[in-house]
Write a protein that binds this ligand. Structure first.
Ligand code: NAD
Length: 266
């Protein structure tokens, strides 16, 4: 994307920054002048994304972080604040669908089994990464953002956090949790001028959805359900993150930004 200064002087942490929506958000934030701390569990990909940002003239570092580990969040946030003197933006983007990672083509409409086939272990894992990870990240940045005089937390939910479907019930539940968690956090931290919003992507082409979209039946059903007639790109979602991260959204908190090609309008 073209360089700009919508985030000039701001410091941003981007979880899930190694791939898909998170990688693109890290690129866009850096191109708009932010100092970016990209974190993920996929160290090789994360380092490659940061090398690309730096080669384009942006400011970024990569740190390996498992979003389910509270002590790792504490260390990351401490380091970021010490390095830059402030912390302004957190995007909680890391997430999992619950699909078996060895499954290259999704067999049916749900990645990860229907309700009756869902194991407690898988349910807990999806909730832990998607919902608990978002809670831990948000909790970790409250102190530094308060010290900075405010901030913006952007939590990636999903259309699955708004409507039900044949998709994995644990995924739906985790994204519903992210949606309402964001509103409660927004209320509790409005006096600190810390804004907390959720974004609800529809079907976006990323490594998470590629096994589903490789199945023509799944792809057709999803495309038919998307009025604008194409799947989203990571950039479609990153631009929503940019808006919520920037001062253009200074009066926006507790809101849910749906970016889904019209799917949930139906
Ligand atoms: N792609 C879509 O259609 C779509 C739709 C709605 C919501 N989302 C959400 O968007 C977010 C990004 O997904 P994506 O499509 O870019 O997928 P992706 O698989 O390309 O990226 C997800 C990233 O999260 C990282 N991650 C997974 N577990 C982690 C952990 N414990 N700690 C740190 N990092 C971890 C992965 O390594 C990966 O880099 C997810 O929260 C996803 O649920 C995606």
């Amino acid at each position: 994307m073209e360089a700009g200064n919508r985030l000039k002087g701001k410091v941003a942490i981007v979880s899930g920054g190694a791939s898909g929506i998170g990688a693109e958000t890290a690129r866009v934030f850096a191109a708009q002048g932010a100092a970016v701390v990209a974190c993920d569990v996929n160290t090789a990909l994360g380092e490659a994304v940061v090398a690309e940002i730096k080669a384009a003239g942006g400011e970024a570092v990569y740190r390996t972080l498992d979003v389910t580990a509270e002590e790792q969040w504490a260390a990351l946030v401490k380091e970021a604040e010490a390095a830059h003197g402030r912390l302004d933006i957190l995007t909680n983007i890391a997430g999992i669908s619950g699909r078996d990672p060895t499954q290259n083509i999704q067999a049916g409409l749900t990645a990860g089994g229907l309700l009756e086939d869902q194991t407690l272990e898988k349910w807990n894992r999806i909730m832990e990464v998607n919902a608990t990870g978002t809670f831990l990240g948000t909790k970790a940045v409250i102190g530094p953002m308060r010290r900075a005089g405010g901030g913006s937390v952007i939590n990636i939910s999903s259309i699955c956090g708004i409507v039900g479907s044949f998709a994995n019930v644990a995924y739906h539940a985790s994204k519903g949790a992210v949606r309402i968690f964001s509103k409660a956090a927004a209320i509790q931290h409005a006096p600190d001028l810390i804004r907390v919003n959720s974004i609800h992507p529809g079907f976006v082409d990323t490594p998470m959805t590629q096994p589903g979209h490789a199945n023509p039946e799944v792809a057709k059903q999803r495309m038919d359900a998307t009025p604008l007639g194409r799947f989203g790109t990571p950039n479609d979602i990153a631009m929503g993150c940019l808006y919520l991260a920037s001062d253009d959204a200074a009066w926006v908190t507790g809101s849910e930004l749906v970016i889904d090609g019209g799917m949930t309008a139906n």
